[in-house]
Ligand binder design. Structure first.
Ligand SMILES: Cc1cc2nc3c(=O)[nH]c(=O)nc-3n(C[C@H](O)[C@H](O)[C@H](O)COP(=O)(O)OP(=O)(O)OC[C@H]3O[C@@H](n4cnc5c(N)ncnc54)[C@H](O)[C@@H]3O)c2cc1C
Length: 472
């Protein structure tokens, strides 16, 4: 409740800035775009107003944009350094099909009530389309459609096993806990495939880590908003565009090194460097884990321990656009149980909600990572094969496809973070702790309550901005 009031106050203040003042930093009008030479930031900047500082924000995703807007609204001189040629990071609305903007990263606002993304969508004029999780049908490779009456007892049993294990003395992976209780070897093949389907669709798609890695204690340690899920008709890009407006963003500048001492910070890319009083670092956990940014001196041990212990999961998407709909249109979610664990286990149909003959297939966790090794043609063939089995038809070739590979994306290193066995959620607080009042780390992985979400990323950016300000 308190948070919602705070967000509303912040948006109101920011709305005024949008209305036309926004001019504390005249560089906002001269920010370079993709391919342009980086502006020489320090030499051209007037001294900031009293109490204001020069701040570099690394990364133009939801966290970086939030932090930059917040700091700029307070009068700081802010530049955002972004590796890609676009803003948004893991929110990415594709314009490949001009009549149908589609999100390749985040799609849903998870819980529309009190969620800052709902307020931002309203400010951006983006229509929200509710999605009905109950409108769901499940098919199999071995027995046609599977009734919920078959799935429900398994679901309840799994929930009970996991819930009991959350009270056990020691943490263990979800897989180990379930395997110990169910006695895998005694299960019929079809029951084992059904159990693995449920674990995949309930947990691996949600948290992106494999059940062999997910901590039974902590996998679901997160808060949530009510009101159901919705997606944005124009895509998340509407919010990204709104947030990125009036900011100075230097694109195509992958940061390689961040130097810091008592005098300030220097942020270095291949071809440029920026000096500032403080830096807000919002690169994904996957980038921090890959070590592609060198910190001089190294981050404190508590930060490095958090980076090592938390993990990045994978969720990949494949949009298939057909000439016409050939699948059931009374459900938004279509499940698939097969011996190939997790392969094309979840589909979303855009037929009912958008009136489009488009299917979105997902692969998560290990299957999500594995599928990235295939070519586009192999991925489509595999998807069509699954659809053919699900609906027992010859599936027509799609007119067009869009495929993601988030794990091998060097500026993401996965889709979002999760809590593996041994990763206490307090590690996220450790990662977010300010370093000597100079370095402030944000991003979804640093938000203990709402990690793995757009709103968690956004709130983490606002928190980092507040911490940077408090440190002066
Ligand atoms: C497929 C998928 C589906 C998802 N679905 C949902 C959903 O439905 N709802 C939801 O709430 N969330 C969802 N998420 C999660 C959500 O997208 C993220 O939690 C959120 O967008 C992360 O924002 P961020 O600012 O922390 O990181 P990012 O968006 O990753 O931003 C970090 C930025 O840093 C940049 N960067 C990286 N390395 C460097 C470098 N060396 N130098 C400079 N810049 C660098 C990146 O390019 C990026 O722009 C999904 C994510 C994926 C991938």
């Amino acid at each position: 409740m308190q948070r919602r009031r705070f967000i509303r106050a912040w948006l109101a203040a920011w709305g005024l800035a949008l209305g036309g003042c926004g001019a504390a930093d005249t560089r906002a009008e001269t920010g370079s775009r993709a391919g342009a030479a980086p502006a020489a930031w320090l030499p051209t900047v007037d001294a900031p107003a009293d109490g204001a500082r020069r701040v570099v924000v690394v990364g133009a995703g939801m966290a970086g944009l939030a932090a930059a807007r917040e700091l700029q609204a307070w009068g700081d001189t802010v530049v955002v350094i972004e590796a890609r040629d676009r803003a948004g990071g893991r929110t990415w609305t594709s314009a490949a099909w001009p009549d149908l903007p589609l999100d390749l990263g985040a799609s849903w606002i998870h819980g529309v009530d009190g969620n800052p993304m709902s307020d931002l969508a309203a400010l951006a004029g983006a229509r929200l389309v509710p999605i009905d999780l109950e409108a769901n049908r499940v098919f199999s490779s071995f027995a046609g459609e599977i009734a919920d009456a078959t799935l429900a007892p398994w679901r309840e049993r799994l929930e009970s096993i996991i819930s009991d294990a959350q009270d056990a003395d020691d943490d263990a992976s979800v897989h180990d806990v379930v395997a110990a209780s169910l006695d895998w070897e005694s299960l019929a093949d079809t029951d084992r495939w059904t159990v693995l389907y449920l674990l995949n669709s309930m947990l691996e798609h949600e948290y992106a880590g494999s059940i062999e890695r997910l901590s039974t204690y902590w996998y679901d340690d997160a808060g949530e908003y009510g009101g159901g899920d919705a997606f944005l008709a124009p895509g998340y890009g509407a919010i990204v565009d709104l947030l990125a407006s009036e900011l100075t963003i230097e694109y195509q500048q992958p940061v390689r090194q961040i130097r810091w001492d008592d005098a300030g910070v220097t942020v270095v890319s291949a071809g440029a460097s920026w000096q500032a009083d403080q830096v807000v670092i919002t690169v994904p956990l996957g980038v921090l884990r890959a070590g592609s940014i060198e910190f001089v001196p190294a981050l404190p041990a508590s930060h490095r321990a958090a980076i090592a212990a938390l993990e990045m999961g994978t969720l990949n998407k494949c949009y298939l656009r057909f000439a016409e709909v050939f699948w059931p249109t009374d459900a938004d979610w279509l499940g698939y149980i097969s011996p190939e664990r997790g392969l094309w286990a979840e589909w979303v149909s855009l037929a009912r909600v958008l009136g489009q003959p488009v299917l979105l297939g997902f692969n998560a966790a290990d299957q999500g990572r594995d599928i990235e090794r295939l070519s586009d043609g192999q991925i489509v063939a595999s998807a069509l094969d699954a659809l053919g089995t699900m609906f027992d038809i010859d599936v027509p070739q799609p007119l067009a496809v869009q495929i993601t590979r988030w794990a091998s994306d060097p500026f993401a290193g996965g889709s979002y973070s999760y809590n593996p066995v041994g990763a206490d959620p307090a590690l996220r607080d450790a990662l977010a702790a300010p370093v000597r009042d100079r370095l402030f780390i944000a991003g979804e992985a640093t938000h203990r309550e709402h990690h793995a979400t757009t709103h968690g990323a956004y709130l983490s950016g606002m928190r980092a901005a507040q911490l940077a300000r408090d440190a002066r």
